[in-house]
Design a protein around this ligand. Sequence first.
Ligand SMILES: C[S@@+](CC[C@H](N)C(=O)[O-])C[C@H]1O[C@@H](n2cnc3c(N)ncnc32)[C@H](O)[C@@H]1O
Length: 249
Amino acid sequence: MNSEYSKKETARLRAFKTIWANDIDNVFSDVASYYDRVNIFASLGLLNRIRQQFISTIDIQPSHKVLDVCAGTNIIGIELLKKQPDLDIYAVDRSVAMQEVGKTRASQHGFKINGFICDVHTLPFPDNYFDVVTLQYATRHLRVIDVFSEISRVLKPGGHFYHCDMLRPANKIIERSYYLFLKTSLALLSRAFRSGTAAINCQDYFIDAIRLFYSTEELSRILSELGFADVIGNSVLGGTVAFHKACKV
Ligand SMILES: C[S@@+](CC[C@H](N)C(=O)[O-])C[C@H]1O[C@@H](n2cnc3c(N)ncnc32)[C@H](O)[C@@H]1O
């Protein structure tokens, strides 16, 4: 791995180690019951459109084995099952509260998703197990190289990894306006939804996590350097979000 990215991962770990170990679970436990609604407000209603765009890039075939990493409230699993009901879907997440909401939502749609509560830096699956792995809106909270390597391990050769997250815009003007927008909207939404202490205390972290994160191009290079082939990265909304697709060789 290029030493630039290894150094950046060390810096991210140094900056966020305590929050990742102690606070992230409390935040998601706090927000689980209103997580899906708050995201619609925070994105000014764009979230559903962006998610449908991301889902439309995912190529799934009947009886494919699919893993959704950091599945949260199972939003991706449910959308994939709507598209192709004959899938074998697995979800991993560390938050019991988010997965409880996700389990209820899946059963309301008549879907079954096999949920696992665990830290995604070590995936509890054999090598070469999944046809498709997805990961949406969580990589900012993870050790990227470690998790992407685990994803590569559990993917079958020829299988695909689909990634979507809020990234650091490469354009400095967009970047500064974006942080200002996030700061204002996080403050307003935490009041409107009466967030608990954990979520309020992490407002600055949510912006810093993007500030120390990667641009679309950097994430593409990391995937290529980890041995993925045919890496495609597409920026959305000025590079504030991006979709990546990569193939396990
Ligand atoms: C912003 S939510 C995204 C949920 C879902 N992917 C979505 O798109 O709505 C981030 C999720 O990552 C999970 N998470 C963060 N760090 C984790 C870790 N180290 N291991 C497992 N799950 C983690 C949280 O519990 C939370 O459910």
